[in-house]
Design a protein around this ligand. Structure first.
Ligand SMILES: *[C@@H]1O[C@H](CO)[C@@H](O)[C@H](O)[C@H]1NC(C)=O
Ligand SMILES: *[C@@H]1O[C@H](CO)[C@@H](O)[C@H](O)[C@H]1NC(C)=O
Ligand SMILES: CC(=O)N[C@H]1CO[C@H](CO)[C@@H](O)[C@@H]1O
Length: 223
């Protein structure tokens, strides 16, 4: 039922004690990777560190107090989090969350600027490409480096300064190891939607604003 892509990373023996370090991965993207450090005496599991639980568990009278004192050490817990990442990261491929938005242009050369941002992906290598009517745009594009999010995941931002022309279609294309095919984020479609929504909001505001005015004048008269 489970598919264990991870394997025994390292085993070593000392007399009958046997330590097994492994990363278990059940899903394709590895988001559920579990890192285990297990201590066996012969075939008996004495205790283990489980990264999902985030602590050691002892299974015998002898190992329970050891597990408790290991759990009490913030330095050891920090080390285990590092070990988890070091030993499991090769199995993890996390998809970027992509956001495409319009912001005020920085320069006066072009009135419009689009920002394409990808968040929370792993591994680091990623490619964002701008396409205007199907052709790659290379001028007026600036990108940040892949920035670590703090918790090992990465984010990147690419901006395109441009002059909108009617009927043109601008796409931010994202290529990443976690994606089977490049993903396309279409601004043309969004632009239409934004204009439609903006129009509706304007219309609503206008009509409710008029009503508001009537109410407030009415109020003033009462006072
Ligand atoms: C690790 O901990 C999780 C959460 O409690 C649990 O579901 C999983 O079975 C544990 N794995 C092992 C091998 O004990
Ligand atoms: C772990 O810390 C708790 C309090 O935070 C303490 O009661 C307990 O005795 C400690 N255990 C060990 C084994 O040091
Ligand atoms: C600091 C810490 O999380 N300590 C925990 C170690 O594990 C025992 C039981 O396994 C917990 O009761 C402690 O809180």
């Amino acid at each position: 039922r489970f598919w264990t892509r991870g394997c025994a990373l390292l085993t070593f023996y000392a007399l009958f004690l046997h330590v097994l370090l492994r990363c278990q991965v059940y899903s394709g993207d590895g988001h559920d990777a579990v890192y285990l450090e297990q201590l066996y005496f012969n075939k008996l599991l004495l205790g283990q560190y489980n990264s999902t639980l985030g602590k050691f568990t002892g299974y015998t009278e002898f190992s329970k107090p050891i597990a408790d004192s290991l759990n009490n050490s913030t330095r050891i817990m920090e080390q285990e989090r590092k070990n988890t990442w070091r030993n499991c990261r090769d199995y993890v491929q996390l998809k970027p969350h992509v956001r495409l938005r319009s912001v005020e242009a920085g320069s006066s050369r072009h009135p419009a600027m689009l920002v394409c941002s990808a968040y929370g992906f792993y591994p680091k290598q990623i490619r964002l490409t701008w396409l205007r009517n199907g052709k790659e745009v290379t001028s007026d594009v600036t990108s940040t480096e892949e920035l670590p999010n703090g918790n090992w995941l990465y984010q990147i931002h690419s901006q395109l300064e441009y002059t909108p022309r009617p009927g043109e279609k601008i796409i931010c294309m994202v290529e990443h190891a976690s994606l089977m095919d490049p993903e396309l984020y279409d601004w043309g479609l969004l632009l239409g939607l934004v204009l439609l929504v903006a129009g509706l909001i304007y219309y609503r505001k206008k009509s409710s604003g008029e009503r508001q005015d009537i109410k407030s004048t009415h109020h003033k008269k009462m006072n």
